[in-house]
Design a binder for this molecule. Structure first.
Ligand SMILES: [Zn+2]
Length: 616
C-alpha cells in the first residue's frame, strides 16, 4: 500500500501529490476496517473534512472550467452514470459543463487542462497505460473496488485516475469522490489530492424484493425502475425479485392471482435488462411448494397433497412434477435472468405435515421433508444447468420450526451441495447451524456462499452497522435486506403507491446500508459526518443529522407506522416536531441557493408525521 509512489516509475515519488501512506493517515481509517477487510487492503474512501490541508485539484476555478473528463471508448450505462455523477455536481454547483473526451494514450503528454480519467483497463486505453506504467495493483480492487490517484505535470496541470476492474467499480468510485470529496466553494469546484484504494467488505449486497404482497403488485414498470435506480445508487449488486403470483403462467393460469398488476412479461424483460445494465443481477423469485400462486395450484391438485393437508407435499412425485413444471416455465419465460430464488415454505406449520414428509430419519430429529426439499433443489437445478450452466440458485435456510433438529438437512448441504452456484440465505438470525452430531458450527463452514438476511427498515441504523460487522466477521459472502413495502414499511407510508424510497425513513435506511455494507468498520461519528456531507450544506449544524435520525425513529416507532409498535404519540411528537422545525428553519437561512436534500427530507417528514398523527 505505502510503496505505490516508490514504484511509480516514470513519475517518481515527488510527482505524486498524495501518497497512499499519507492519505491513509489523514483519512483516519479505523482499525476495525483493516481487520474486517478480509480479503483486501483498504476499505475506506476517507472521512470527509480531514484532508483539507492538502492542495486541491480544481474542476472549475474562478468561474471557469478547469478540467476535462476522459471517458471510456465505448461507454456503458454504468460508465455514463459514473461520468454523470461528477459532471452533474459541477453543473449543479458551478453551472458549468465539463467537456469530455474519449480515452486515448496520446492524451498523456502535456495535457492542456486537468484530466479526470475514468474507466477500466479494457474500456479506456489511457487507464490501461497508466495502470501498467505506475504499477497500480488493480487486482487488489476485486470485482467492485477501485483505485484513485492524483498527480501533477511540470506545467502545473493535474491528473486524476479513477480505475477499476468493472464499470460498477468506476461508478462506486465516482460516487464516493462526488459525495465525500468534491467541494464547492464560491467560484470553484475542487477535491483534495488523494491516493486511495477501496473495495466493499461484503461482496454480495442486495434486496429480497417482495413484489407480491399488499399493494406492491400494483407497481408499474416505471415504479420498479425507480426501485432499481435506488438499488444501484445504494451500491447493490443483486435482487431476489419475487414474481410468483404476478407471473402470467400459461400452464397454471390459477397461479396468476394478482390481476391488478400492470406488469406484463414484456415489462419484466425490460426490467431485467434495466437492472443488469446497472450491475444488478436478477434472480427470479418464487416459492417452491408454497406461497403465492403455488398455494392456488395445490387447491386444484389433490394428488399433490398428503391426506388432510392443504399445501403441496415435498415428497409426493406428483407434487414435485408440478412445482418443477411451474418453475421451469418461469425460467423459460425469462431465460435472460441470472438464476432463481426459491423460497421453500418452512415457516410455522406452513409446510407439509403429512406422514410421508414428517417421517423421522434418525434419533437426532432429522426428517424426510428436509431431504425431499434438498433433493428437489438438486434435481431442478441440474436440469436447468443443462440449459444454462451460469444460473445461480438462492435458497433460504435457518427456519427453526422446520430444521432446528434436522442435522441431516445441514449435513447434506455441507457434503453434497458445495457447487458454487448454490447460495444459502440465512433468514432467522442464526450465526451457527447444526453439524452432523448436532453441535453448532459457524455459517461459513456450511458453504462459502451464505448470506445473512434482515428486515433493515425496522432496525435502528446502528444495528444495521452491527449486523454488517457480524457478516464481515463471520466470513460469509452477503447481506440481503428486505424491500417489502407491501408487507411492512416501518413508516406511515405503507399505503402509498409507490412507496417513497427517497423520503425519510427509507432514504436514511438506504444510505446506512450502503455505507455500512461497504465499510462495517465505520464509527457512528464517521457515519454522522457522512450523512452531513451527503445531505446537508457545509457549515450547517450537526444537530440536523441527529434530527434526521430521530425523525426516522419516530417513523418506525409510532402506532401509525406499518406495522404498528408502541412508542411515539401525538402529544410527545407535537413539541418535538415544532422545535425541530424551528431549528431546521434557522439552519436553512445559513445556506445560499436551493436548500440541500437533508432540509427537504426533514421538512417533509415533519409534515407527514403531523398529518399521520393529526397534529394541527
Ligand atoms: Zn408431504
Amino acid at each position: 500500500m505505502n510503496s505505490e509512489a516508490d514504484r511509480s516509475g516514470t513519475l517518481g515519488r515527488r510527482a505524486f501529490l498524495g501518497t497512499a501512506s499519507a492519505s491513509l493517515a489523514l483519512m483516519g481509517v479505523p482499525v476495525q476496517a483493516a481487520i474486517l477487510s478480509n480479503p483486501g487492503k483498504v476499505l475506506e474512501v476517507g472521512t470527509p473534512g480531514t484532508i483539507n490541508k492538502q492542495p486541491s485539484v480544481f474542476l472549475t476555478r474562478d468561474g471557469r472550467v478547469a478540467a476535462t473528463v476522459v471517458r471510456p471508448v465505448e461507454p456503458t450505462v454504468l460508465s455514463r452514470m459514473a461520468e454523470e455523477r461528477i459532471t452533474s455536481f459541477v453543473k449543479r454547483h458551478a453551472n458549468l459543463v465539463l467537456p469530455s473526451l474519449e480515452g486515448s494514450t496520446t492524451l498523456s503528454v502535456r495535457p492542456p487542462t486537468n484530466l479526470v480519467v475514468l474507466g477500466t483497463p479494457k474500456s479506456n486505453p489511457l487507464i490501461a497505460k497508466w495502470v501498467e506504467e505506475y504499477h497500480i495493483e488493480l487486482e487488489q480492487a476485486g470485482a467492485e473496488g477501485y483505485a484513485l490517484r492524483t498527480w501533477n505535470y511540470p506545467n502545473g496541470t493535474c491528473c486524476v485516475l479513477i480505475a477499476s476492474n468493472s464499470d460498477k467499480g468506476v461508478f462506486h468510485a465516482a460516487t464516493h469522490l462526488t459525495e465525500f470529496w468534491l467541494k464547492a466553494e464560491a467560484d470553484s469546484v475542487a477535491f483534495p489530492t488523494l491516493s486511495t484504494d477501496a473495495r466493499p467488505a461484503i461482496p454480495l449486497r442486495g434486496t429480497y424484493n417482495l413484489a407480491c404482497w399488499g399493494l406492491a403488485p400494483r407497481y408499474s414498470l416505471t415504479d420498479w425502475k425507480n426501485v432499481v435506480d435506488a438499488m444501484a445508487e445504494d451500491h447493490m449488486n443483486f435482487v431476489l425479485f419475487w414474481l410468483a403470483g404476478l407471473f402470467r403462467s400459461k400452464r397454471f393460469p390459477e397461479s396468476f392471482i394478482y390481476p391488478e398488476t400492470p406488469l406484463t412479461n414484456d415489462d419484466i424483460h425490460v426490467l431485467i435488462k434495466y437492472a443488469q445494465d446497472r450491475g444488478i443481477r436478477v434472480y427470479l423469485g418464487s416459492g417452491a411448494f408454497a406461497w403465492f400462486g403455488q398455494d392456488q395450484i395445490a387447491i386444484y391438485h389433490p394428488e399433490a397433497r398428503e391426506i388432510g393437508q392443504s399445501v403441496l407435499c415435498r415428497t409426493l412425485p406428483a407434487s414435485r412434477r408440478i412445482v418443477d413444471d411451474y418453475l421451469s416455465e418461469l425460467h423459460d419465460t425469462f431465460p435472460e435472468a441470472d438464476g432463481m430464488y426459491l423460497e421453500i415454505g418452512c415457516e410455522g406449520d406452513y409446510h407439509c405435515r403429512g406422514p410421508l414428509c414428517q417421517k423421522f430419519l434418525d434419533e437426532f430429529g432429522s426428517k424426510q421433508i428436509g431431504q425431499s426439499e434438498l433433493s428437489f433443489l438438486r434435481e431442478f437445478s441440474e436440469k436447468l444447468w443443462k440449459r444454462n450452466p451460469e444460473l445461480r440458485f438462492f435458497w433460504p435456510i435457518g427456519y427453526p420450526e422446520a430444521h432446528a433438529w434436522d442435522v441431516r438437512y445441514y449435513e447434506e448441504i455441507r457434503k453434497h451441495m458445495a457447487d458454487p452456484r448454490y447460495y444459502w440465505v440465512e433468514v432467522r438470525q442464526n450465526w451457527q447451524l447444526p453439524g452432523a452430531i448436532g453441535s453448532l458450527r459457524p455459517l461459513n463452514q456450511l458453504s462459502k456462499n451464505v448470506l445473512h438476511w434482515d428486515q433493515y427498515y425496522r432496525m435502528p441504523l446502528l444495528d444495521i452497522r452491527d449486523q454488517a460487522r457480524r457478516v464481515a466477521e463471520a466470513g460469509i459472502s452477503g447481506y440481503a435486506v428486505a424491500y417489502e413495502p407491501g408487507a411492512a414499511s416501518a413508516s406511515v407510508y405503507g399505503d402509498r403507491i409507490p412507496f417513497p424510497i427517497d423520503l425519510l425513513p427509507y432514504r436514511l435506511t438506504r444510505f446506512a446500508y450502503r455505507e455500512f455494507a461497504w465499510n462495517p468498520g465505520l464509527s457512528w461519528n464517521e457515519f454522522r459526518a457522512r450523512v452531513h456531507k451527503k445531505f446537508l450544506a457545509p457549515g450547517m449544524s450537526q444537530d440536523l443529522v441527529d434530527i434526521m435520525v430521530t425523525l426516522r425513529d419516530f417513523m418506525r416507532d409510532g402506532p401509525a407506522s406499518q406495522p404498528p409498535t408502541v412508542g411515539v404519540n401525538a402529544e410527545n411528537l407535537r413539541p418535538r416536531l415544532a422545535a425541530m422545525e424551528a431549528e431546521v428553519h434557522t439552519e436553512k437561512g445559513t445556506s445560499l441557493g436551493n436548500p440541500p436534500e437533508g432540509v427537504t427530507l426533514i421538512e417533509t417528514c415533519i409534515r407527514d408525521l403531523r398529518a399521520a398523527y393529526h397534529i394541527e
